[in-house]
Design a protein around this ligand. Structure first.
Ligand code: HEM
Length: 508
Protein backbone atom coordinates (compact mmCIF):
# COMPACT_ATOMS: atom_id res chain seq x y z
CA UNK A 1 0.00 0.00 0.00
CA UNK A 2 2.80 2.40 0.95
CA UNK A 3 4.67 1.51 -2.23
CA UNK A 4 1.55 2.17 -4.33
CA UNK A 5 1.05 5.57 -2.67
CA UNK A 6 4.72 6.43 -3.24
CA UNK A 7 4.39 5.47 -6.91
CA UNK A 8 1.31 7.59 -7.44
CA UNK A 9 3.00 10.54 -5.72
CA UNK A 10 6.17 10.12 -7.82
CA UNK A 11 4.14 9.89 -11.03
CA UNK A 12 2.20 13.05 -10.12
CA UNK A 13 5.38 14.99 -9.38
CA UNK A 14 6.97 13.82 -12.64
CA UNK A 15 3.81 14.81 -14.49
CA UNK A 16 3.75 18.23 -12.87
CA UNK A 17 7.41 18.88 -13.79
CA UNK A 18 6.80 17.73 -17.36
CA UNK A 19 3.71 19.94 -17.62
CA UNK A 20 5.22 23.10 -16.16
CA UNK A 21 8.55 22.88 -18.01
CA UNK A 22 7.05 22.39 -21.51
CA UNK A 23 7.02 25.56 -23.64
CA UNK A 24 3.64 26.27 -25.28
CA UNK A 25 4.09 26.30 -29.06
CA UNK A 26 2.99 29.39 -30.98
CA UNK A 27 1.36 29.87 -34.39
CA UNK A 28 -1.78 28.75 -36.19
CA UNK A 29 -1.89 25.33 -34.51
CA UNK A 30 -4.34 22.58 -35.50
CA UNK A 31 -7.55 22.70 -33.42
CA UNK A 32 -7.20 21.19 -29.95
CA UNK A 33 -9.77 18.50 -29.15
CA UNK A 34 -12.14 19.99 -26.53
CA UNK A 35 -12.19 18.59 -22.99
CA UNK A 36 -8.43 18.80 -22.45
CA UNK A 37 -7.78 18.75 -18.68
CA UNK A 38 -4.59 20.36 -17.29
CA UNK A 39 -1.87 17.75 -16.55
CA UNK A 40 -3.74 14.72 -17.88
CA UNK A 41 -4.96 16.02 -21.25
CA UNK A 42 -7.71 14.43 -23.39
CA UNK A 43 -7.74 11.09 -21.61
CA UNK A 44 -11.38 11.07 -20.56
CA UNK A 45 -13.43 9.08 -23.05
CA UNK A 46 -10.29 7.96 -24.90
CA UNK A 47 -10.75 4.34 -25.98
CA UNK A 48 -7.46 2.84 -24.78
CA UNK A 49 -8.19 -0.55 -26.35
CA UNK A 50 -9.02 0.92 -29.77
CA UNK A 51 -7.39 4.39 -30.02
CA UNK A 52 -8.10 4.40 -33.78
CA UNK A 53 -11.85 4.46 -33.00
CA UNK A 54 -11.52 7.54 -30.80
CA UNK A 55 -9.27 9.38 -33.27
CA UNK A 56 -11.59 8.61 -36.21
CA UNK A 57 -14.56 9.77 -34.18
CA UNK A 58 -12.72 13.02 -33.32
CA UNK A 59 -11.86 13.46 -37.02
CA UNK A 60 -15.56 13.36 -37.86
CA UNK A 61 -16.24 16.01 -35.22
CA UNK A 62 -13.18 18.28 -35.38
CA UNK A 63 -11.80 17.81 -38.90
CA UNK A 64 -9.08 16.07 -40.88
CA UNK A 65 -6.33 17.59 -38.76
CA UNK A 66 -6.43 18.16 -35.00
CA UNK A 67 -4.23 17.88 -31.96
CA UNK A 68 -4.81 16.29 -28.59
CA UNK A 69 -2.82 15.99 -25.39
CA UNK A 70 -1.91 13.03 -23.20
CA UNK A 71 -0.11 13.61 -19.92
CA UNK A 72 1.71 16.72 -21.16
CA UNK A 73 2.51 15.31 -24.65
CA UNK A 74 0.93 17.02 -27.70
CA UNK A 75 0.09 14.75 -30.63
CA UNK A 76 -1.09 15.94 -34.05
CA UNK A 77 -3.32 13.55 -36.01
CA UNK A 78 -3.80 13.59 -39.80
CA UNK A 79 -6.96 11.81 -40.96
CA UNK A 80 -7.45 12.36 -44.70
CA UNK A 81 -5.67 10.90 -47.69
CA UNK A 82 -4.65 14.39 -48.87
CA UNK A 83 -3.10 15.41 -45.55
CA UNK A 84 -1.38 12.06 -44.96
CA UNK A 85 0.11 12.11 -48.46
CA UNK A 86 1.10 15.75 -48.09
CA UNK A 87 3.07 14.88 -44.94
CA UNK A 88 4.55 11.55 -46.03
CA UNK A 89 5.28 12.29 -49.69
CA UNK A 90 5.45 16.02 -50.40
CA UNK A 91 7.01 16.96 -47.04
CA UNK A 92 8.78 13.63 -46.53
CA UNK A 93 11.86 15.14 -44.90
CA UNK A 94 9.87 17.35 -42.50
CA UNK A 95 7.96 14.33 -41.13
CA UNK A 96 10.72 11.72 -41.31
CA UNK A 97 11.55 11.48 -37.60
CA UNK A 98 10.41 8.93 -35.03
CA UNK A 99 9.47 9.98 -31.49
CA UNK A 100 11.32 8.59 -28.48
CA UNK A 101 9.17 5.79 -27.04
CA UNK A 102 10.95 3.97 -24.27
CA UNK A 103 9.45 0.53 -24.89
CA UNK A 104 10.46 0.27 -28.51
CA UNK A 105 13.84 1.88 -27.85
CA UNK A 106 14.57 -0.64 -25.15
CA UNK A 107 13.09 -3.57 -27.09
CA UNK A 108 14.80 -2.70 -30.39
CA UNK A 109 18.45 -1.98 -29.64
CA UNK A 110 17.99 1.60 -28.49
CA UNK A 111 16.68 2.68 -31.89
CA UNK A 112 19.97 2.19 -33.71
CA UNK A 113 17.94 0.25 -36.27
CA UNK A 114 15.98 1.23 -39.37
CA UNK A 115 12.43 1.12 -38.01
CA UNK A 116 12.86 3.31 -34.95
CA UNK A 117 16.16 5.07 -35.71
CA UNK A 118 16.34 8.80 -36.35
CA UNK A 119 17.32 10.06 -39.77
CA UNK A 120 21.09 10.38 -40.16
CA UNK A 121 23.65 9.68 -42.86
CA UNK A 122 24.25 6.29 -41.25
CA UNK A 123 20.51 5.52 -41.16
CA UNK A 124 20.18 6.39 -44.87
CA UNK A 125 23.10 4.10 -45.64
CA UNK A 126 21.56 1.20 -43.70
CA UNK A 127 18.18 1.58 -45.36
CA UNK A 128 19.75 1.86 -48.82
CA UNK A 129 21.78 -1.33 -48.40
CA UNK A 130 18.87 -3.17 -46.79
CA UNK A 131 16.64 -2.27 -49.76
CA UNK A 132 19.33 -3.29 -52.25
CA UNK A 133 20.05 -6.66 -50.60
CA UNK A 134 16.36 -7.41 -50.05
CA UNK A 135 15.68 -6.80 -53.77
CA UNK A 136 18.54 -9.09 -54.70
CA UNK A 137 17.24 -11.96 -52.56
CA UNK A 138 13.46 -11.76 -52.94
CA UNK A 139 12.99 -14.21 -55.81
CA UNK A 140 14.60 -15.37 -59.05
CA UNK A 141 17.39 -17.29 -57.28
CA UNK A 142 17.05 -21.07 -57.48
CA UNK A 143 17.85 -21.70 -53.80
CA UNK A 144 15.36 -19.13 -52.48
CA UNK A 145 12.61 -20.07 -54.94
CA UNK A 146 13.17 -23.73 -53.98
CA UNK A 147 12.73 -22.98 -50.27
CA UNK A 148 9.54 -21.02 -50.90
CA UNK A 149 8.13 -23.79 -53.09
CA UNK A 150 8.92 -26.36 -50.40
CA UNK A 151 7.08 -24.17 -47.88
CA UNK A 152 4.02 -23.90 -50.13
CA UNK A 153 3.91 -27.71 -50.49
CA UNK A 154 4.18 -28.16 -46.73
CA UNK A 155 1.44 -25.61 -46.16
CA UNK A 156 -0.88 -27.60 -48.44
CA UNK A 157 0.03 -30.85 -46.66
CA UNK A 158 -0.61 -29.38 -43.20
CA UNK A 159 -4.01 -27.98 -44.22
CA UNK A 160 -4.89 -31.32 -45.86
CA UNK A 161 -4.07 -33.11 -42.60
CA UNK A 162 -6.87 -31.13 -40.92
CA UNK A 163 -9.32 -33.34 -42.85
CA UNK A 164 -11.77 -30.54 -43.45
CA UNK A 165 -12.63 -30.26 -39.75
CA UNK A 166 -12.73 -26.94 -37.89
CA UNK A 167 -9.28 -25.60 -36.98
CA UNK A 168 -7.47 -22.34 -36.25
CA UNK A 169 -5.06 -21.75 -39.19
CA UNK A 170 -3.17 -18.81 -37.61
CA UNK A 171 -0.12 -20.60 -36.23
CA UNK A 172 0.42 -22.71 -39.36
CA UNK A 173 0.12 -19.58 -41.49
CA UNK A 174 2.48 -17.68 -39.23
CA UNK A 175 5.19 -20.33 -39.54
CA UNK A 176 4.71 -20.47 -43.31
CA UNK A 177 4.99 -16.68 -43.53
CA UNK A 178 8.08 -16.59 -41.27
CA UNK A 179 9.67 -19.21 -43.53
CA UNK A 180 8.75 -17.15 -46.59
CA UNK A 181 10.74 -14.26 -45.07
CA UNK A 182 13.64 -16.32 -43.65
CA UNK A 183 14.11 -17.88 -47.12
CA UNK A 184 15.27 -14.43 -48.29
CA UNK A 185 16.79 -13.24 -45.02
CA UNK A 186 18.69 -16.35 -43.91
CA UNK A 187 18.48 -18.70 -46.89
CA UNK A 188 16.66 -21.30 -44.80
CA UNK A 189 13.27 -22.49 -43.60
CA UNK A 190 12.32 -24.19 -40.32
CA UNK A 191 10.16 -27.21 -39.61
CA UNK A 192 6.89 -26.06 -38.12
CA UNK A 193 7.80 -27.65 -34.77
CA UNK A 194 11.44 -26.42 -34.71
CA UNK A 195 12.27 -25.13 -31.17
CA UNK A 196 13.39 -21.72 -32.51
CA UNK A 197 10.11 -21.38 -34.38
CA UNK A 198 8.08 -22.35 -31.32
CA UNK A 199 10.03 -19.82 -29.26
CA UNK A 200 9.64 -17.14 -31.94
CA UNK A 201 5.85 -17.43 -31.80
CA UNK A 202 5.95 -16.81 -28.06
CA UNK A 203 8.36 -13.88 -28.66
CA UNK A 204 5.91 -12.11 -30.97
CA UNK A 205 3.18 -12.62 -28.37
CA UNK A 206 5.44 -11.08 -25.69
CA UNK A 207 6.29 -8.11 -27.94
CA UNK A 208 2.58 -7.64 -28.63
CA UNK A 209 1.72 -7.71 -24.95
CA UNK A 210 4.54 -5.40 -23.87
CA UNK A 211 4.76 -2.92 -26.77
CA UNK A 212 1.09 -2.58 -27.69
CA UNK A 213 0.11 1.05 -27.86
CA UNK A 214 -2.00 0.97 -24.72
CA UNK A 215 -0.84 -1.74 -22.37
CA UNK A 216 2.19 -0.59 -20.45
CA UNK A 217 2.06 2.95 -21.86
CA UNK A 218 3.20 4.15 -18.43
CA UNK A 219 6.72 2.96 -19.30
CA UNK A 220 6.93 5.34 -22.28
CA UNK A 221 5.87 8.26 -20.11
CA UNK A 222 7.90 7.34 -17.04
CA UNK A 223 10.73 4.98 -18.07
CA UNK A 224 12.05 4.97 -14.50
CA UNK A 225 9.09 2.75 -13.57
CA UNK A 226 11.18 -0.13 -14.91
CA UNK A 227 13.25 -0.04 -11.74
CA UNK A 228 10.10 -0.99 -9.78
CA UNK A 229 8.09 -4.21 -10.18
CA UNK A 230 6.40 -3.85 -13.59
CA UNK A 231 4.88 -6.77 -15.54
CA UNK A 232 5.17 -4.99 -18.92
CA UNK A 233 8.89 -4.55 -18.40
CA UNK A 234 9.30 -8.20 -17.39
CA UNK A 235 7.61 -9.28 -20.66
CA UNK A 236 9.66 -6.79 -22.68
CA UNK A 237 12.88 -8.18 -21.21
CA UNK A 238 11.78 -11.73 -21.92
CA UNK A 239 10.93 -10.80 -25.53
CA UNK A 240 14.34 -9.16 -25.92
CA UNK A 241 16.17 -12.18 -24.46
CA UNK A 242 14.29 -14.55 -26.75
CA UNK A 243 14.90 -12.51 -29.88
CA UNK A 244 18.60 -12.23 -28.93
CA UNK A 245 18.70 -16.02 -28.56
CA UNK A 246 17.21 -16.43 -32.06
CA UNK A 247 19.61 -13.91 -33.59
CA UNK A 248 22.72 -15.28 -31.81
CA UNK A 249 21.92 -18.85 -32.84
CA UNK A 250 21.36 -17.97 -36.48
CA UNK A 251 24.26 -15.51 -36.79
CA UNK A 252 26.64 -18.15 -35.40
CA UNK A 253 25.42 -20.63 -38.02
CA UNK A 254 25.55 -18.11 -40.89
CA UNK A 255 29.07 -17.00 -39.91
CA UNK A 256 30.28 -20.59 -39.79
CA UNK A 257 29.02 -21.29 -43.35
CA UNK A 258 29.70 -17.91 -44.95
CA UNK A 259 31.08 -18.21 -48.49
CA UNK A 260 32.49 -14.79 -49.44
CA UNK A 261 32.36 -15.54 -53.15
CA UNK A 262 28.81 -16.81 -53.11
CA UNK A 263 26.41 -15.03 -50.71
CA UNK A 264 23.14 -16.98 -50.59
CA UNK A 265 20.83 -14.66 -48.71
CA UNK A 266 20.37 -11.11 -47.51
CA UNK A 267 22.28 -11.62 -44.25
CA UNK A 268 25.25 -13.21 -46.06
CA UNK A 269 25.44 -10.11 -48.24
CA UNK A 270 25.22 -7.82 -45.21
CA UNK A 271 27.86 -9.67 -43.20
CA UNK A 272 30.26 -9.64 -46.15
CA UNK A 273 29.67 -5.90 -46.54
CA UNK A 274 30.38 -5.36 -42.80
CA UNK A 275 33.62 -7.39 -43.01
CA UNK A 276 34.77 -5.50 -46.10
CA UNK A 277 33.99 -2.15 -44.48
CA UNK A 278 36.04 -3.15 -41.44
CA UNK A 279 38.94 -4.41 -43.57
CA UNK A 280 38.98 -1.24 -45.67
CA UNK A 281 38.47 0.99 -42.60
CA UNK A 282 35.72 2.93 -44.43
CA UNK A 283 34.65 6.16 -42.76
CA UNK A 284 31.01 5.27 -42.21
CA UNK A 285 31.01 1.49 -42.02
CA UNK A 286 28.18 -1.01 -41.80
CA UNK A 287 29.10 -2.89 -38.60
CA UNK A 288 28.15 -6.29 -37.28
CA UNK A 289 25.96 -4.49 -34.71
CA UNK A 290 24.04 -2.88 -37.62
CA UNK A 291 23.58 -6.31 -39.20
CA UNK A 292 22.05 -7.52 -35.93
CA UNK A 293 19.60 -4.60 -35.89
CA UNK A 294 18.57 -5.20 -39.49
CA UNK A 295 18.08 -8.90 -38.75
CA UNK A 296 15.67 -8.11 -35.88
CA UNK A 297 13.88 -5.38 -37.89
CA UNK A 298 13.10 -7.63 -40.80
CA UNK A 299 12.16 -10.61 -38.71
CA UNK A 300 9.79 -8.74 -36.42
CA UNK A 301 8.31 -6.21 -38.86
CA UNK A 302 7.99 -8.62 -41.75
CA UNK A 303 6.47 -11.65 -40.12
CA UNK A 304 3.72 -10.39 -37.82
CA UNK A 305 2.31 -7.97 -40.40
CA UNK A 306 2.27 -10.52 -43.22
CA UNK A 307 0.95 -13.44 -41.18
CA UNK A 308 -1.97 -11.44 -39.77
CA UNK A 309 -2.79 -10.26 -43.30
CA UNK A 310 -2.76 -13.89 -44.43
CA UNK A 311 -4.97 -15.27 -41.66
CA UNK A 312 -7.40 -12.35 -42.14
CA UNK A 313 -7.55 -13.21 -45.85
CA UNK A 314 -8.48 -16.83 -45.08
CA UNK A 315 -11.15 -15.68 -42.63
CA UNK A 316 -12.54 -13.28 -45.24
CA UNK A 317 -12.62 -16.03 -47.88
CA UNK A 318 -14.64 -18.28 -45.56
CA UNK A 319 -17.26 -15.53 -45.36
CA UNK A 320 -17.38 -14.66 -49.10
CA UNK A 321 -18.11 -17.84 -51.03
CA UNK A 322 -19.03 -16.17 -54.35
CA UNK A 323 -15.89 -14.08 -54.38
CA UNK A 324 -13.81 -17.10 -53.39
CA UNK A 325 -15.18 -19.00 -56.42
CA UNK A 326 -14.26 -16.08 -58.74
CA UNK A 327 -10.74 -15.98 -57.31
CA UNK A 328 -10.38 -19.75 -57.62
CA UNK A 329 -11.42 -19.73 -61.25
CA UNK A 330 -8.76 -17.08 -62.05
CA UNK A 331 -6.15 -19.18 -60.22
CA UNK A 332 -7.24 -22.36 -62.05
CA UNK A 333 -7.20 -20.68 -65.45
CA UNK A 334 -3.70 -19.31 -64.89
CA UNK A 335 -2.07 -22.34 -63.27
CA UNK A 336 -3.53 -24.94 -65.62
CA UNK A 337 -2.36 -28.28 -64.29
CA UNK A 338 0.12 -26.78 -61.80
CA UNK A 339 -0.70 -26.87 -58.10
CA UNK A 340 2.03 -24.42 -57.03
CA UNK A 341 2.23 -20.81 -58.33
CA UNK A 342 5.39 -18.81 -59.03
CA UNK A 343 5.97 -15.05 -58.70
CA UNK A 344 5.75 -14.67 -62.49
CA UNK A 345 2.06 -15.73 -62.33
CA UNK A 346 1.22 -12.45 -60.59
CA UNK A 347 0.73 -10.40 -63.71
CA UNK A 348 -1.89 -12.89 -64.97
CA UNK A 349 -3.99 -12.73 -61.81
CA UNK A 350 -5.20 -9.14 -61.34
CA UNK A 351 -8.19 -10.24 -59.23
CA UNK A 352 -5.92 -11.99 -56.70
CA UNK A 353 -3.67 -8.94 -56.58
CA UNK A 354 -6.74 -6.76 -56.07
CA UNK A 355 -7.98 -9.09 -53.30
CA UNK A 356 -4.68 -8.73 -51.45
CA UNK A 357 -4.82 -4.92 -51.73
CA UNK A 358 -8.43 -4.96 -50.56
CA UNK A 359 -7.45 -7.15 -47.59
CA UNK A 360 -4.82 -4.59 -46.54
CA UNK A 361 -7.30 -1.72 -46.94
CA UNK A 362 -10.21 -3.49 -45.25
CA UNK A 363 -8.32 -4.72 -42.16
CA UNK A 364 -5.90 -1.73 -41.95
CA UNK A 365 -4.04 -3.72 -39.34
CA UNK A 366 -1.51 -0.94 -38.71
CA UNK A 367 -4.35 1.49 -38.07
CA UNK A 368 -2.26 4.50 -37.02
CA UNK A 369 0.85 3.73 -39.11
CA UNK A 370 4.04 4.00 -37.05
CA UNK A 371 4.36 7.32 -35.23
CA UNK A 372 6.30 10.07 -37.00
CA UNK A 373 8.07 13.11 -35.53
CA UNK A 374 8.63 16.49 -37.13
CA UNK A 375 12.25 17.34 -37.94
CA UNK A 376 11.57 21.08 -38.42
CA UNK A 377 8.71 23.60 -38.18
CA UNK A 378 6.30 22.70 -40.95
CA UNK A 379 2.68 23.02 -42.12
CA UNK A 380 -0.23 20.84 -43.19
CA UNK A 381 -3.63 22.11 -44.37
CA UNK A 382 -2.60 25.67 -43.53
CA UNK A 383 -1.86 24.78 -39.88
CA UNK A 384 1.55 25.11 -38.25
CA UNK A 385 3.15 21.99 -36.80
CA UNK A 386 6.23 22.83 -34.73
CA UNK A 387 9.51 20.91 -34.81
CA UNK A 388 9.65 17.90 -32.44
CA UNK A 389 5.92 17.15 -32.56
CA UNK A 390 4.66 13.57 -32.58
CA UNK A 391 2.39 13.01 -35.58
CA UNK A 392 -0.03 10.12 -36.05
CA UNK A 393 -1.19 9.15 -39.53
CA UNK A 394 -4.68 7.71 -39.13
CA UNK A 395 -4.68 5.06 -41.88
CA UNK A 396 -7.81 3.51 -40.36
CA UNK A 397 -9.74 6.73 -41.16
CA UNK A 398 -8.12 7.12 -44.59
CA UNK A 399 -8.84 3.52 -45.64
CA UNK A 400 -12.50 3.67 -44.56
CA UNK A 401 -13.22 7.24 -45.62
CA UNK A 402 -16.67 7.29 -47.30
CA UNK A 403 -15.59 10.37 -49.32
CA UNK A 404 -13.14 8.11 -51.15
CA UNK A 405 -14.35 4.53 -50.84
CA UNK A 406 -17.79 3.46 -52.02
CA UNK A 407 -19.20 1.27 -49.20
CA UNK A 408 -15.93 1.27 -47.23
CA UNK A 409 -17.03 -1.55 -44.89
CA UNK A 410 -17.74 -3.91 -47.79
CA UNK A 411 -14.94 -6.25 -48.90
CA UNK A 412 -14.82 -5.60 -52.63
CA UNK A 413 -11.56 -6.27 -54.55
CA UNK A 414 -13.20 -5.24 -57.82
CA UNK A 415 -12.86 -1.61 -56.76
CA UNK A 416 -9.16 -1.91 -57.73
CA UNK A 417 -9.97 -3.17 -61.26
CA UNK A 418 -11.21 -1.28 -64.31
CA UNK A 419 -14.14 -2.37 -66.52
CA UNK A 420 -11.88 -4.82 -68.41
CA UNK A 421 -10.67 -6.48 -65.20
CA UNK A 422 -7.22 -4.83 -65.35
CA UNK A 423 -5.65 -3.13 -62.30
CA UNK A 424 -6.45 0.57 -62.03
CA UNK A 425 -3.38 2.73 -62.59
CA UNK A 426 -1.14 3.84 -59.75
CA UNK A 427 -2.35 7.43 -60.07
CA UNK A 428 -6.02 6.40 -59.66
CA UNK A 429 -7.48 8.10 -56.59
CA UNK A 430 -8.10 4.73 -54.88
CA UNK A 431 -4.52 3.53 -55.38
CA UNK A 432 -3.19 6.87 -54.18
CA UNK A 433 -5.35 6.66 -51.06
CA UNK A 434 -4.26 3.13 -50.21
CA UNK A 435 -1.23 3.46 -47.92
CA UNK A 436 -0.89 0.21 -45.90
CA UNK A 437 2.92 0.39 -46.26
CA UNK A 438 3.15 4.10 -45.51
CA UNK A 439 4.91 6.30 -48.09
CA UNK A 440 7.90 8.57 -48.56
CA UNK A 441 11.12 8.57 -46.58
CA UNK A 442 9.96 6.07 -43.90
CA UNK A 443 8.06 3.84 -46.28
CA UNK A 444 8.03 0.11 -45.50
CA UNK A 445 11.19 -1.61 -46.68
CA UNK A 446 9.45 -4.90 -47.35
CA UNK A 447 6.48 -3.97 -49.52
CA UNK A 448 7.66 -5.92 -52.58
CA UNK A 449 8.66 -8.96 -50.58
CA UNK A 450 5.43 -8.92 -48.56
CA UNK A 451 3.20 -8.53 -51.61
CA UNK A 452 4.99 -11.28 -53.50
CA UNK A 453 4.80 -13.75 -50.61
CA UNK A 454 1.15 -12.89 -49.82
CA UNK A 455 0.31 -13.52 -53.46
CA UNK A 456 2.00 -16.94 -53.42
CA UNK A 457 0.35 -18.06 -50.17
CA UNK A 458 -3.11 -16.85 -51.18
CA UNK A 459 -2.88 -18.47 -54.60
CA UNK A 460 -1.65 -21.83 -53.39
CA UNK A 461 -4.40 -21.96 -50.76
CA UNK A 462 -7.18 -21.05 -53.18
CA UNK A 463 -5.85 -23.56 -55.67
CA UNK A 464 -5.96 -26.42 -53.21
CA UNK A 465 -8.77 -25.57 -50.77
CA UNK A 466 -12.17 -24.00 -50.39
CA UNK A 467 -12.49 -22.18 -47.09
CA UNK A 468 -15.76 -22.52 -45.21
CA UNK A 469 -16.94 -20.94 -41.96
CA UNK A 470 -16.63 -23.08 -38.84
CA UNK A 471 -19.88 -24.76 -37.83
CA UNK A 472 -19.08 -25.03 -34.13
CA UNK A 473 -17.53 -21.55 -33.57
CA UNK A 474 -18.82 -19.11 -36.15
CA UNK A 475 -16.83 -15.86 -36.42
CA UNK A 476 -17.14 -12.64 -38.36
CA UNK A 477 -14.43 -10.93 -40.38
CA UNK A 478 -15.27 -7.43 -39.23
CA UNK A 479 -12.01 -5.52 -38.59
CA UNK A 480 -13.88 -3.39 -36.02
CA UNK A 481 -13.88 -6.54 -33.83
CA UNK A 482 -10.12 -7.13 -34.17
CA UNK A 483 -7.90 -6.81 -31.07
CA UNK A 484 -5.02 -4.34 -30.91
CA UNK A 485 -1.67 -5.75 -29.80
CA UNK A 486 1.43 -4.54 -31.64
CA UNK A 487 -0.99 -4.37 -34.58
CA UNK A 488 -4.65 -5.26 -35.12
CA UNK A 489 -5.44 -8.95 -35.35
CA UNK A 490 -8.60 -11.06 -35.58
CA UNK A 491 -9.81 -12.69 -32.38
CA UNK A 492 -8.90 -16.42 -32.33
CA UNK A 493 -11.12 -18.10 -34.95
CA UNK A 494 -11.70 -21.40 -36.69
CA UNK A 495 -12.46 -22.28 -40.33
CA UNK A 496 -12.66 -25.42 -42.44
CA UNK A 497 -10.33 -26.02 -45.37
CA UNK A 498 -12.07 -28.38 -47.75
CA UNK A 499 -9.60 -29.93 -50.21
CA UNK A 500 -10.65 -29.16 -53.76
CA UNK A 501 -11.40 -32.15 -56.01
CA UNK A 502 -8.80 -32.53 -58.73
CA UNK A 503 -11.37 -32.39 -61.54
CA UNK A 504 -12.87 -29.21 -60.03
CA UNK A 505 -9.56 -27.46 -59.51
CA UNK A 506 -8.12 -28.36 -62.94
CA UNK A 507 -11.24 -27.35 -64.85
CA UNK A 508 -10.26 -24.84 -67.54
C1 HEM B 1 1.67 -6.94 -45.00
C2 HEM B 1 2.92 -6.70 -44.68
C3 HEM B 1 3.46 -5.38 -44.21
C4 HEM B 1 2.82 -4.20 -43.91
C5 HEM B 1 1.34 -3.90 -43.99
C6 HEM B 1 3.84 -3.25 -43.51
C7 HEM B 1 3.59 -1.95 -43.14
C8 HEM B 1 4.55 -1.05 -42.72
C9 HEM B 1 4.27 0.29 -42.28
C10 HEM B 1 2.89 0.94 -42.22
C11 HEM B 1 5.44 0.87 -41.94
C12 HEM B 1 5.66 2.28 -41.40
C13 HEM B 1 5.75 3.29 -42.50
C14 HEM B 1 5.85 4.69 -41.96
O1 HEM B 1 6.37 4.90 -40.86
O2 HEM B 1 5.38 5.63 -42.62
C15 HEM B 1 6.48 -0.12 -42.16
C16 HEM B 1 7.82 0.11 -41.93
C17 HEM B 1 8.78 -0.85 -42.12
N1 HEM B 1 8.61 -2.12 -42.60
FE1 HEM B 1 6.86 -2.97 -43.17
N2 HEM B 1 5.06 -3.87 -43.57
C18 HEM B 1 4.88 -5.15 -44.00
C19 HEM B 1 5.86 -6.08 -44.23
C20 HEM B 1 7.20 -5.86 -44.09
C21 HEM B 1 8.23 -6.79 -44.45
C22 HEM B 1 8.01 -8.15 -45.10
C23 HEM B 1 9.43 -6.22 -44.10
C24 HEM B 1 10.84 -6.72 -44.28
C25 HEM B 1 11.25 -7.50 -45.18
C26 HEM B 1 9.14 -4.91 -43.54
C27 HEM B 1 10.09 -4.03 -43.07
C28 HEM B 1 9.83 -2.75 -42.64
C29 HEM B 1 10.86 -1.82 -42.16
C30 HEM B 1 12.35 -2.12 -42.03
C31 HEM B 1 10.19 -0.63 -41.84
C32 HEM B 1 10.80 0.66 -41.31
C33 HEM B 1 11.01 1.68 -42.42
C34 HEM B 1 11.50 3.03 -41.91
O3 HEM B 1 11.29 3.37 -40.75
O4 HEM B 1 12.11 3.76 -42.68
N3 HEM B 1 7.78 -4.73 -43.55
N4 HEM B 1 5.90 -1.28 -42.64
Amino acid sequence: MELAAALVAAALIALFIRYTTRKSPKGNLPPLVPGCIPLIGNVIGFNRKCPHFTLTDWARKYGDIFRFKVLGETIVVLNSSDYVRDALIYKADDFAGRPFLFRVHYGFHYAKDIIFGSISTKWLLMKRYAAQFLRAYTSGLADIDGLVEEELNILVRLFNEKNAVDFDPSLILMTAVVNGITASLLGKRYNHDHPLMVEYKSTTRLFSESCSSVQGMELDLFPWLRFLPNTTFVKLNQARDQIDHFVDTELAEINSKLDHQNPKCMLDAFLIKAMEDEKNAVQLPITSADVRCIFVDILVSGTLTSSIAMSSFVLIMAQHQDLQRDLQSQVDRTLGKRKIPTPSDRKSMPLIEAAMLETLRFISHIPLNLPHFTMCDTQVGGYDIPKDTMVMLNLWAVHHDPRIWDEPWKFNPNRFLDASGNPVSNDHVLRKSLLPFGAGRRMCLGESLARERLFLFATVLLRNFTFLPSISTPSTCDPCDFDLGLILEPKPFQIRAEPRKVSESYEQ
